[in-house]
Design a protein around this ligand. Sequence first.
Ligand SMILES: [Zn+2]
Ligand SMILES: [Zn+2]
Length: 516
Amino acid sequence: MLLTFLGAVREVTGSSYLLETESSLYLVDCGMFQGEGEAKNEAPFDFSPSSIKAILLTHAHLDHSGRIPKLVKDGFRGKVYATLPTIELCEILWLDTVKLMKEEAERINRKNRRAGKPLIKPLYDEKDVEISLKLFEPVPYDEVISLEDIKFRFRDSSHILGSASIEVWNKDVKLVFSGDIGQQEGGMEGTPAEIEYANYVVIESTYGDRIHKTLEETRREFAQVIQSAINENGKVLIPSFVVDRAQRILYEIRLLKEQGVLSNSIPIYFDSPMGKSVTEVYRKYSTLLSGELQKYYLDSQDPFDIENLKYLSSVEESKRLNDLETGIIIAGSGMCTGGRILHHIKHNIWKDSTQIIFVGYQAQGTLGRKIIDGAKSINVMGEEVVVRAKIHTINGFSSHADQRDLLKWAEGFQSNPTFIITHGELSSSQAFSQLLRLKGYQTLIPLKGQSVDLLKKEISEVRPQLPPIDWDSLISELSSQISTLKERLSNSSDMESFNLLKAVSIILREIIKNNF
Ligand SMILES: [Zn+2]
Ligand SMILES: [Zn+2]
């Protein structure tokens, strides 16, 4: 069995692993790159999509599921195994992604048309999502499923609703993918399942170098920030992942109201076109939530229902919040890479009465990261805006295990497995690797494209099965651009274009020299 790392190595996003047995190819996750590596989403896959037999999907977050519709567009027609909540959340997230990508492409194309530049296309559309949704095959937790030459079992990883760690057996090797792992205590989905046996464990390390504050400390911190924000009479912006973190924040706000910290006169807005439907999925699968939350349902109450909460789905409703003096606004995306939060940031971050509370991980290269790193001014939606708002970071509501919880989960294995550390920035993966080594485990922090032979325990280079390259259309595209240029430039004395073209000509000469 050969395992190849296609993403989320030495970075957090883009989770995807290629699993190659004697007779078949499988993928575990097929996620999007977000932040710095975003451009990689457009790149062709390092294998032929139609050759993949099936995908095992750990959970719905886009950095794990977001490239599945592209894989389908490029020819994948196998099954996608996932839990029922994951399937329902993917439908909501993918359709929202299509909408955002379409709007973004239209915005860019308006400029490109004016500049005479070629038009761009979104990564995929509704049709691709529609086909992708038909490929889903629901799997319950804890049931062993046989599929040709592998067997697998989904276990509850308590990260978000429906999230899973996946155990995979092939011949006499057992490999476990942690997926994203939730906290040991205080998580909305209870405690992650303990797995006792494996030869290899691919483990996430988002917070491999950090310890979260306790739940009590986090709740106290949240209450203080909210209280001081109310005293300032300004707006409170909470950029949040719409799946899970937003429901967590709704529940925490409900608790503040129950304790009398927050009065009913403060309006609360969940500004997201998918906010309501995601919260509905959480209600529907309430039996997968922790005991603390289930108690509400036992009393015929709803932990996510708050007085004075409004779900805003239309853009007009969202824009009306510009005139709002004070109130709490929860909006996506969590890392400020897109979505409605951008518009609220643009209109409010320059005011010193605004408070922004970050409640989730901020990947390198994202706007959220720039703000928490102390940027004095930021570029948001093409406009330079000064940062005067008060910025707070509260990590304790994270749906990710911290270093201590990761170690506890890892030490649940009784078989002394080798840990392959992924899904973390390098410093975080290294810190966690060091800790595991001190405990006597073997570890590996793989490189992108690297393969591990799980039977021989050998590290080898990846053998890419690249799709054939269409040189003909590239060359004819170039020729047609050159003829257009020739016509336009014949009577012009544009020195800048002349120098740029000269540089292009030198590059072309280099390519010809190196290839022939
Ligand atoms: Zn996740
Ligand atoms: Zn993740």
